[in-house]
Design a protein around this ligand. Structure first.
Ligand code: ZN
Length: 349
């Protein structure tokens, strides 16, 4: 897949100075804007022996063929165990959860691998994502590599939370910050490569199209559609206790599990929904549920603005305490009752 249009500029900037690229490159920016995609394209380009100028890797030379087969000896991809197992489709573990952190053993293995000379005689590339998923010791081991990098080796670090990186690590790298794409470009890309669910999610996530496409692939877009339908149907006399029961059953169903439907996610959506209700009442653009503008205008029409603010504050409290409650049904009932009471002007418990 070619790079999305909003990455054209960072791509040409990076590739335009390929011969002067520093050893340490840090790609930062919000989740889902394509940092990893850009890092992979850059790694591919650095290992390609045919491409020139701002061209992408050719996909045909020996270097490209090895990389595409996942066996290029001079490309080292360092990611948390959890991602690696998911990518390799590993069978379920007998015990323990795979680590979501990059472990010191992985950096040590990388150090040993880089002590050898480049197998293909050209450049070597290390891709580390997310570079902030390291404890202090691991980050220090990586810092040593960045301080004395082997010749013709580039370390490409990816991070959505660069403040969590060791400051010394950050200062050893040249930072490239990727911003959120323009809404039009993001929508055009989603229209070409993803489905309706992804477009819906893109609004909710505020301009992280790749994250939207990833989540839509897990059925989160379809789940959001259901959520919107359920919420827009809540009226003063609606049976929200029954809805809480339905949502609880949903969270345990196959679709619900795949889409990660749980209390944190539902309360987070709920909070964004309430934010949009306030926006709708104030006559400004809704931010997250753009497709529900008309529904929202109808919902807020009879409700005074202060009550909508109360509603937002109530749900925000629920959101803060929503981890994984022992009794999800009760937590959902509480949340939906508060919402309904706020909107209908009933006394709050
Ligand atoms: Zn090539």
């Amino acid at each position: 897949m070619s790079l999305p249009a909003w990455l054209d500029k960072p791509w040409s900037d990076l590739v335009g100075r390929l011969d002067r690229l520093p050893h340490g490159i840090l790609l930062t920016g919000p989740v889902g804007v394509g940092k990893r995609m850009l890092a992979e394209a850059l790694a591919a380009r650095l290992l390609c022996t045919e491409a020139s100028g701002t061209q992408a890797a050719c996909g045909r030379c020996a270097g490209c063929r090895l990389r595409l087969a996942g066996t290029h000896p001079d490309l080292h991809v360092v990611v948390p165990e959890a991602e690696q197992e998911e990518a390799e489709g590993a069978s379920p573990r007998k015990s323990g959860k795979p680590s979501s952190q990059i472990l010191i053993e992985q950096i040590r293995a990388l150090q040993s691998a880089l002590e050898l000379t480049a197998h293909m005689g050209g450049r070597r590339v290390v891709l580390i994502d997310p570079a902030d998923a390291m404890n202090h010791f691991t980050a220090n081991a990586l810092l040593k590599l960045l301080e004395e990098p082997p010749a013709a080796t580039h370390l490409v670090l990816v991070s959505s939370a660069p403040r969590r990186l060791l400051p010394t690590l950050r200062s050893r790298c040249q930072n490239w910050s990727i911003g959120q794409p323009d809404g039009e470009l993001a929508r055009a890309w989603l229209a070409d490569f993803a489905d309706d669910g992804a477009t819906r999610l893109s609004g909710l996530l505020g301009g992280s199209p790749l994250e939207a496409a990833r989540l839509a692939g897990q059925g989160v877009g379809a789940a959001l559609h259901r959520f919107e339908g359920d919420l827009s149907g809540i009226r003063v006399d609606a049976d929200v206790l029954a809805l809480a029961g339905n949502w609880e059953a949903w969270s345990r169903s196959k679709d619900g599990l795949a889409a990660g439907i749980d209390m944190p996610r539902l309360s987070d959506w709920m909070l964004r929904w309430c934010w949009d209700l306030v926006a709708s009442k104030c006559g400004v653009n809704v931010r997250y549920f753009d497709g529900q503008r008309q529904v929202m205008a109808r919902l807020v029409e009879p409700v005074p603005l202060p009550r909508l603010f109360d509603c937002y504050n109530e749900i925000s409290q629920v959101r803060r305490s929503a981890t994984h409650p022992l009794n999800m049904r009760l937590a959902l009932e509480d949340m939906l009752l508060r919402y309904q009471q706020c909107l209908s002007g009933g006394k709050l418990p």
